[in-house]
Design a protein. Structure first.
Length: 287
């Protein structure tokens, strides 16, 4: 196949190629499942790569803004610093892909497989990650402001230092996730499963955690100012030195056997809260 004078074939060297709006749906660009095509710094703006095979491809610095990569196999591909703004990656396979510093603003990653992918420092502002597989994905220092992670799944997710302001995590299952120091101000975590998650020093001010599962979660030093934890399950959670400047709502929450030592719960709403066996701020055990 030839596009814009470039020969398109498995393992081809297309570094710097101008493939704007190229029609490459279903194309196989991987040689013997080992060597991927070199598309470094290529221009694939608006290209159609639906169901294309780009396994292990080099896409470093590639411009894929507005490209259609739906159902494409991108496993092991290198997207270091690539521009995927507004790209359609629905149901794409990005397992073990390198997306360090990639721009995925407004990208559609609904149902995508991102297991073990590295998105350190990536821009996922307003991206759609609903129903995505986030098993052991690395999102350290990524920007997920306004992103949709509803019903996303995956244990061992690393979200340390991530900006999740106003992110939607409704019904997401992020068991064992690391959200240490993450900014979740105003995030919607309604019914999210964060069992055994690390949320130490996380900013949860104004976050909606209604009905969230936080069993065994580490919330040491977390900011819970104006957070809504109505009906949340915090059994055996660690809230030592958690900070509530004012207004945290823990109505009907389960804090059985939780650690609240040195926690600042001034003005918190503890109506119908279960504190059985909990270690209170003064170190005493609640009956």
């Amino acid at each position: 196949m030839e596009v814009n004078g470039y020969k398109i074939e498995p393992g081809a060297n297309l570094a710097g190629a101008d493939l704007t709006k190229a029609r490459l749906s279903g194309a196989n660009l991987t040689l013997a499942m080992l060597t991927g095509t070199n598309l470094k710094d290529a221009n694939l703006t608006g290209a159609n790569l639906e169901k294309a095979n780009l396994t292990n491809a080099t896409l470093e610095g590639t411009n894929l803004s507005g490209a259609n990569l739906e159902d494409a196999d991108l496993s092991g591909a290198n997207f270091l610093g690539a521009n995927l703004e507004g790209a359609n990656l629905e149901k794409a396979n990005l397992r073990e892909a390198n997306l360090w510093g990639a721009n995925l603003q407004g990208a559609n990653l609904q149902g995508a497989n991102l297991s073990r992918a590295d998105l350190w420092g990536a821009n996922l502002t307003d991206a759609n990650l609903s129903y995505a597989d986030l098993e052991k994905v690395n999102l350290t220092d990524a920007n997920l402001q306004g992103a949709d992670l509803s019903s996303a799944r995956g244990s061992g997710v690393n979200l340390a230092g991530t900006n999740l302001t106003e992110t939607n995590l409704t019904d997401a299952n992020l068991t064992d996730a690391n959200l240490e120091g993450a900014n979740l101000e105003g995030a919607n975590l309604k019914y999210a499963n964060l069992t055994d998650a690390i949320l130490s020093r996380a900013d949860l001010s104004k976050a909606n955690l209604t009905g969230a599962r936080l069993t065994g979660a580490n919330l040491q030093g977390a900011n819970l100012t104006d957070a809504n934890l109505t009906g949340a399950n915090l059994e055996k959670a660690n809230l030592e030195k958690a900070d509530n400047d004012k207004g945290a709502n823990l109505t009907g929450a389960n804090l059985e056997d939780a650690n609240l030592e040195d926690a600042y719960l001034w003005d918190a709403n503890l109506k119908d809260t279960n504190l059985s066996g909990a270690t209170m701020p003064d170190g005493t055990i609640h009956d």
